[in-house]
Write a protein that binds this ligand. Structure first.
Ligand code: C2O
Ligand code: CU
Ligand code: CU
Length: 487
């Protein structure tokens, strides 16, 4: 809680921010740490980010995005200043639209920055050339348009795009800049899975936020909060605080993105209902993995299928087991309109790079011990320093050690990896992590190893990033740069 929030809370009686419609039903309204009334749970419907229809220009699927300030209604009768993206003239006010692409597509995304300050736009999980990555070096000045032009060369998955401006990534994402990129391919075409966007194939962009007493997003981490990660006490999905969603009594697919700055969730359905994880960050799993809880650290994605076939007229609460927070109510009350699906026994075949004791190993140590600095291998991110040079087409083992008692995660740009060991043993890698990943959690004082191979794109000038995806840590310097070298 911040000092000024105390002030606001003490000057204004709880409930004073209740405007018409808020807290319907006359129930007692909870007040958050900042003094703003917590909206009554599960009365607002989940919004679905709109999907952009690309134009085909010179054989390229062309997406035009206007990145600009917006004003979104999180609290009835109140406007919150945000950053958002939409097609020109669109009325989206928070987050960014969903971009759908196919493996093999030639794509051009025109990002026009109307924020009035510089930013960047990174395709998280996208296997693209380094100069098309949208990392800290591909700055988009206020008023400029930056074009990400590439051919999609990867399997069906759920990626996302977000700003990556050195030192300001957290703030820009906090204000709302995050959108999904859905990739499809001939495999996803043929799999008998729910595919109707927003109906039985539902994106869930999950975030926690701090609002100040006047309903504005409050990104002001203290030194301690930078160290531990900035966590909010308001939970929202697709920009709606604790929404409900209506679904049909059949198999429903959720594409979950943890788009929170630092919170690690342990998702459960409150009845203990099982669900099947079908995809990790960058591809389908080979076979669905049955789970009752799902842990996702910032930026990790999971696609899950929940079978509501025998649950007509029942409700389920999606909860975070760690904080106890109730995030969304799922009402199985919608008339059947989409196709009934059955879980395929095999989803895909994944290439596991072979490696042995002679495979070159690269080591990364995440640390902040003593110094109070958040670093990798004892150094902080420096835009002018290339930390690693990785040969193209060479299988490598990367070992990441977390030397701090708190959990971090580790993300690499450029391509996916395959986790082979946790704490020295392959037996510690859960089945739902045995797939293509680009970001992975490493608990306090633990380590992991993954195999990775850089393919397709070498560039002696433009680097890719590796970093902790706790955004406070990333902005504080827990990040480094690598070049993929032609050898
Ligand atoms: Cu989600 Cu370096 O990024
Ligand atoms: Cu990334
Ligand atoms: Cu971290």
């Amino acid at each position: 809680m911040k000092r000024r929030d105390f002030l606001i809370a003490s000057l204004v009686a709880p409930g004073a921010f209740l405007l018409k419609g808020c807290g319907g039903g006359g129930g007692i309204n909870m007040v958050s740490s900042s003094g703003i009334s917590v909206p009554t749970k599960f009365i607002k419907q989940l919004l679905i980010p709109s999907e952009i229809n690309p134009e085909i220009i010179n054989n390229k699927k062309t997406f035009d995005l206007d990145i600009r300030p917006g004003q979104h209604t999180f609290f009835d009768g109140m406007l919150t200043d945000t950053y958002c993206a939409d097609v020109t003239g669109g009325n989206n006010q928070y987050l960014a639209p969903t971009l759908r692409m196919r493996n093999g597509d030639d794509v051009q995304i025109n990002y026009t920055n109307n924020l009035g300050e510089e930013t960047t736009m990174h395709g998280h999980g996208m296997h693209v050339p380094a100069d098309m990555d949208g990392g800290p070096h591909q700055k988009i000045a206020a008023g400029d348009t930056w074009k990400a032009i590439y051919t999609v060369k990867q399997k069906s998955c759920t990626n996302w795009y977000h700003p990556h401006l050195m030192g300001a990534t957290a703030q820009h994402i906090y204000k709302g800049l995050a959108g999904l990129i859905i990739i499809e391919d001939s495999e996803s075409d043929t799999l008998n899975l729910p595919k109707t966007y927003g109906v039985d194939d539902i994106p869930l962009i999950i975030q926690d936020r701090v609002f100040d007493g006047s309903g504005q997003l409050d990104y002001s981490p203290s030194t301690m909060e930078i160290m531990h990660g900035y966590k909010g006490d308001m939970f929202m999905i697709n920009g709606v605080i604790t929404p409900f969603v209506s679904v049909e009594a059949k198999q429903i697919r959720f594409r979950i993105l943890n788009a929170s700055n630092s919170r690690i969730y342990n998702f459960v359905l409150d009845t203990g209902k099982t669900f099947t994880q079908i995809a990790t960050d960058n591809a389908f799993l080979e076979n669905g993995v049955s789970l009752t809880s799902l842990r996702l650290s910032p930026s990790e994605r999971a696609e899950i299928v929940v079978d509501f076939t025998s649950n007509a007229d029942q409700s389920f609460i999606l909860k975070d087991l760690d904080s106890g927070a109730e995030l969304m109510k799922i009402n199985v009350d919608k008339p059947l309109v989409t196709t009934i699906t059955t879980m395929p026994s095999v989803l895909t075949a994944l290439t596991k790079f072979s490696y042995d004791s002679n495979t070159p190993t690269r080591s990364f140590v995440l640390d902040g011990a003593g110094s109070g600095l958040l670093q990798i291998n004892g150094t902080s991110m420096d835009m002018t320093v290339i930390d690693e040079r990785v040969p193209l087409n060479q299988v490598e083992v990367w070992e990441v050690k977390n030397n701090m008692p708190m959990a971090h995660n580790f993300h690499i740009h450029a391509t996916h990896f395959w986790v082979i060991e946790r704490d020295g043993s392959s037996a510690n890698v859960p089945s739902n992590e045995q797939g293509y990943k680009d970001v992975v959690r490493i608990d306090g004082d633990k380590s992991l190893k993954f195999v990775v191979k850089m393919v397709d794109y070498a560039d002696s000038v433009n680097p890719y990033m590796f970093h902790c995806h706790i955004l406070e840590h990333e902005d504080a310097g827990m990040m480094g740069q690598f070049i993929v070298e032609q050898v």
